[in-house]
Design a protein around this ligand. Sequence first.
Ligand code: ARG
Length: 574
Amino acid sequence: MKVLMEQLKKQIAAQVAQLYTSIDHNELFSLLEFPPNVDMGDISLPCFKLSKQLRQAPVAIAAHIKDNLQLPGIASIDAVAGYVNFYVDKQLFANQLLVQMEQMGERYGSSQAGAGKTVVIDYSSPNIAKPFHIAHLRSTVIGHALKQIFAFQGYQAIGINHLGDWGTQFGKLIVAYQLWGDKAAVEAGGIDELLRLYVAFHEQVKEQPELEEEARQWFVRMEQGDEQALQLWQWFVAISMQEFERIYQLLHIEFDYITGESFYNDKLHTVVTELQEANLLLEDEGAQLVDLSAFNMSPALILKKDGSSLYHTRDIAAAIYRQKTYHFDQAIYVTDYAQNLHFEQWFKVIELMGYEWAEKLHHVAFGRVSFAGTSLSTRKGNIIKLEEVLQQAISKTKDIMQGRITDEAQLQQVAEQVGVGAVIFHDLSSNRIKDIDFTWETILNFEGETGPYVQYTHARASSVLRKYAAQYGEETIALEQLGEYLTEKTTFQVIKKLALYPAVIEQAASKLEPSLISRYLVELAQLFNHFYHEMKVMVDDQQTRQARMTLVQAVKRTLQRGLALIGIQAPDQM
Ligand code: ARG
């Protein structure tokens, strides 16, 4: 299915390429822009780059194009200051768009770009026995959105939760539990209690350094399959998972595989042998590492001197396993940028091992989250736990909405959708690489560029549609004739925005940037509210009314589906 705006761009590019045969139409296509301001056309071609290649002034090129192009679907062309501005035939465009949206229904905005390709997304990945804190949420939310965006683009998208369930820290936990732990206390206190034991270990080790050695040995025993060690470890995992599951339920998130680092235990041996055979392993004081100094990086540690594995080792084994199992075309890892070096290192090791698919590995890094100015660290109990944040978001939303919805059960449900949605939306509201600060005022603001604002706009559109149905019942609408009534400036802005939706999704996938969708939704909501305030929708004239209601319907659906794509629900009333 062709996408309207893109189709027009292609036609323009093809025609301009006929005027200037030395320039490739693909290059022209990439130069075409959607100007931010309506007075600059609907599609615009800056002629400055062309000017260098053609050795002509931009103004002259623009004038030449204006005088020599004629395109169905384009109503007029302007040449202004080195730009060619194309104005679409509004009526025709609106008709085509509404027909296309209707035909595609749920699939509007989707594509088959990824048909036959597989992308594996590693996200969320909290650490066992440590709280799932708000910084982990960003990985969860970005990864989940990417997974759905890719699926919408026709890819087979596989979501993997790479739990931090292996490593020396479990040796420490076992020691601490044996010294100071209590079964009932762990069962009652969950991760909090496990964390208390872990912190206590670090306190005590200052006085009793030999505990460190003991912990190390416990981890070695775990890796060797020691029954007692593994039983305790499994129990820590189960206790932690109960809490993680509650969060995933609140977020409505499911994974295809929850395979933590421990899943690769029996695959580590082969990796080490392979590295040895490729002459990549270097011994350093008994430890084994891959020297990366030629690439200006510190070495990747593969084995400690007691033979136990490390984070790197397990990531390398996991990547090889995933390539063998899923034959991925892309493997994506979503973590904060503090892990940049870690990923650069082991991606390089995969390349050095001779795997040509090394280039298919991508680290999708994101910025840090601070909470009202304070950074979120696991140290010193200064942790802000995600579950608390979500519960607070829900109760604050409930306060705001008290009185708007009288049915208590419905109020609770909507407060959950809006409160949780607000937190998710905030995490996706700016470029992922940016650090973000979390304050309740900015997140729950129903007027700002927030999730609740988009959800509220969706609910408003729903309510308009309900009133319309109540008053006029089922009116049969002939979509092909409605364009005529949708050409006013504010109305057509909404039409154009709707037409851009497929391109936004495509970009979100290619740039691995779900924030493009959240920003798009805010803008669509703003344009819609503008339209709604300026135009009455429920007018007496039947044609105009039908046309405007069709537009309301199209916006409502796009908001709802766009929100769903980034993991947010859209209540019909709020
Ligand atoms: N558990 C790690 C952490 O919390 C994140 C794991 C990311 N995924 C990976 N394959 N390394 O820092």
